[in-house]
Design a protein around this ligand. Structure first.
Ligand code: ADP
Ligand code: MG
Length: 700
């Protein structure tokens, strides 16, 4: 890093990366640690002591007095339990951090959801350092904490977190790709998955937030009449960023850069008060950890700026919700396999990967859908601005043309005028810039990567990415198996394949396409026609979380995860249980919160308004005033009807909550909201107890 860059960004200052390693460790130990990191191997115990010593000194130079194993339990949030370096030795206080403390932790975190994997008598959980994600410093106003990214598992070794399956899925994909790339005549190389996670979020003034128990307790507004102006004019999108927000963004980015997170893009999103932050893509596991930190930093910095950062998928009804676009790609030996390439050989590899992804997504659309399921995302998927709950792939018309030719065997000759290379005439040529934009697809090919857009803004990337890696590993593995069976690969030389190889590949990919191209959809995913068309194609459409999560109970899916060593049956079952429970709890919290707000805030406000109108009407009548009495009577009637409606809806939600029925609760919440929102427009603004959409949505 140049001095100029360092001064401007302080990039990586709070990360125990290359520079810190060479400064704080001996040459020999630094080398061993670097090898561990680049090969993704466990730490050599013989150097753990020195590494721990070095990390502690590095951390203390940054005012850290505590350390924590930082991990990703199944709650979906990151977790930390701090211990100080301080120890008493023979009555003397010393600062200490051992190799053992670095490598494993025993947070005894028995209150995290385990879905039956741990019974309380053996409740111990263990955290183990993941050296591929570097240690970092979390600063706060008067100190700092050393954070060590770790995997979290039970005494039995079963994973209790979101990181472990991701790491295992990367291994699975690596294994499959090695098999395929051997057939393509490549030497053994490193598989690198990459992720660029675009993060959408809302900001709201903290003063408003404090007055909205729904935002405080559930992260979204359960009530609120629409603002006259919302996003109709599309004047917020990419608009000038308000000064107050820009200053917040600057602070966020400075903190992220210090943490080695390459925050790159910032802009206003479509809904008023909605924004996006996108980092440059990184290695998948690191990028996934980094996204957790991005959410953390957004929340803490917002607080300092008098905002609250809303990461909920749908904080406001009637305007856009927030997603987290997962841009994913996979490289082998440094070459991006989703880059179409410039010559027919590269094209062939690209087409193989493209077909593998299409096959994977079609076969396991149910798992991808399950990986993005959650109470919050239910309000976003299928709503008017988000990809529908049907999983389909967008690849653009030009690539569809290429795939059609591939499938039919009717391949255009290379048209560059040059000599035809041997064998390439069975594979179609790919035009340059073969994609355009389609913002309505949940899974889009965007030039040299896939963009999975269905994940919600609050999700931990590891879940959807672990599923994607696993299903692609399976498809790649299957295609490689067929190629092996065709026995044509031995004749392929690097960079040049035989006619037989291309013939076999063309045949294999064509039959895969025939079976799976139904999942390709280039049209407008927001059109009401699409779900019907999708149904005709036999594509699954799970509209809500419980139906989406059912995929996790499917034995063939358990078998898939087991076969690729990503999750055992028990680990999958535990996740199913945890996620269902989380959903039910969230719906219940929302239901109770809505009931309380309606009873304690909205009903009393409407009653006061009603009484005032009744009084005014009675007075006017008594005094025999002619004008105004009709208007007052009308408003008494309207408010009275509104109160009756609210009371009826309250009775319904009370019954639903008593029955503990999620679907009934959701239906009752909708009705309660309708009744309350219509009252909101009839009660004096100064009397309305909740900040209004028109106030919260516009930031100055
Ligand atoms: P858009 O909003 O048009 O989708 P952005 O530029 O905001 O595009 O975001 C694209 C994201 O994709 C960025 O995070 C970028 O770094 C990432 N990206 C680009 N190439 C790759 C790749 N090969 N693998 C993974 N992510 C990538
Ligand atoms: Mg995008």
């Amino acid at each position: 890093m140049t001095e100029e860059t360092k001064a401007a960004t302080h990039f990586g200052e709070d990360v125990f990366g290359e520079e810190a390693i060479s400064t704080y460790l001996s040459k020999d130990t630094a080398k061993k640690l670097q090898a561990t990191i680049s090969e993704g191997k466990p730490l050599d115990p013989s150097i753990a002591g020195e590494v721990a010593h070095g990390i502690r000194h590095w951390a203390m130079d940054r005012r850290a007095t505590h350390y924590t194993h930082w991990f990703l339990p199944m709650t979906g949030a990151s977790a930390e339990k701090h211990d100080s370096f301080l120890e008493l030795k023979d009555g003397e206080p010393i600062m200490q951090f051992s190799g053992k403390n670095l490598i494993v932790g025993e947070p005894d975190a028995s209150s995290f959801p385990s879905g039956g994997i741990r019974s309380t008598f053996e409740a111990r959980g263990y955290t183990a350092w993941d050296p591929t994600s570097p240690a970092f410093i979390k600063r706060h106003s008067n100190g700092a904490t050393l954070c060590i990214p770790t995997a979290f598992c039970a005494y039995t070794g079963e994973s209790l977190d979101k990181k472990t399956p991701l790491l295992r899925s990367m291994q699975a994909l690596d294994k499959s790709l090695k098999r395929l790339m051997r057939l393509f005549g490549w030497g053994e190389a490193h598989t690198g998955c990459t992720l660029g996670a675009e993060q959408e979020y809302f900001l709201v003034d903290k003063e408003y937030w404090k007055k909205r128990p729904d935002l405080v307790l559930t992260g979204r507004t359960l009530f609120g009449a629409p603002s006259a102006k919302g996003q109709q004019l599309e004047d917020h999108y990419f608009g000038t960023i308000p000064e107050r927000v820009l200053s917040f963004m600057n602070d966020v980015e400075r903190e992220l850069w210090k943490l080695g997170i390459p925050a790159k893009t910032r802009h206003n999103e479509v809904a008023p008060a909605q924004f996006e932050l996108a980092p440059q893509f990184e290695e998948l596991n690191l990028a996934s950890d980094h996204n957790m930190l991005v959410m953390d930093v957004l929340r803490t910095v917002a607080d300092r700026h008098g905002f609250k950062c809303l990461l909920h998928e749908k904080p406001y009804a009637g305007v856009n919700g927030s997603g987290k676009h997962n841009n994913w790609s996979v490289a082998y030996g440094g070459r991006n396999l989703l880059d179409p390439g410039t010559n027919p050989q590269e094209n062939a590899l690209f087409l193989t990967m493209l077909c593998a992804v299409i096959e994977a997504v079609d076969k396991h659309a149910d798992l991808l859908r399950a990986s993005v399921a959650g109470a919050g995302n239910d309000h976003r998927l299928g709503a008017n601005e988000a990809p529908p709950a049907v999983i389909s792939i967008y690849i653009g018309d030009q690539l569809v043309g290429v795939l059609d030719r591939l499938e039919s065997g009717n391949v255009a000759k290379s048209d560059d005028g040059g000599a035809m290379k041997i064998g390439v005439d069975t594979m179609p040529v790919i035009p340059k810039d073969a994609t355009d934009r389609n913002r309505t697809s949940p899974f889009a090919f965007t030039g040299n990567k896939f963009e999975f857009r269905a994940p919600g803004s609050s999700v931990c990337c590891s879940g959807p990415m672990a599923v994607l890696n696993t299903i692609v590993a399976e498809a790649v593995d299957r295609i490689a198996g067929e190629l092996e069976a065709a026995d044509v690969a031995g004749k392929a030389k690097p960079g040049e394949h035989t006619v037989a190889f291309h013939d076999a590949l063309q045949r294999i990919l064509a039959s895969s396409l025939k079976a799976h191209k139904r999942v390709v959809f280039n049209g407008n995913g927001y059109e009401p026609e699409w779900p019907k068309e999708a149904a005709r194609r036999g594509l699954p459409n799970a509209p809500d979380t419980p139906s989406a999560l059912a995929a996790l109970a499917n034995p063939s899916n358990a078998e898939l995860f087991e076969r690729y060593g990503v999750m055992t049956r028990r680990e999958l079952e535990s996740r199913h249980e945890i996620l269902l429970e989380e959903y039910a709890k969230k719906v219940r919290i929302e239901g109770v919160c809505a009931r309380d707000i309606a009873r304690e805030m909205i009903f009393p406000a409407a009653k006061a308004e009603y009484l005032e109108s009744v009084d005014a009407f009675a007075k006017a009548e008594k005094l025999g005033i002619g004008s105004g009495t009709a208007a007052l009577r009308e408003s008494v009637e309207e408010l009275g009807a509104g109160l009756d409606g609210l009371k009826a809806a309250l009775r319904e939600i009370e019954a639903a909550l008593a029955g503990d029925d999620d679907t009934a609760t959701l239906v009752a919440m909708r009705k309660l909201r309708e009744a309350a929102d219509s009252l909101e427009t009839r009660v004096a603004a100064e009397r309305w107890p909740l900040p209004k959409y028109r106030d919260m949505l516009f930031l100055y």
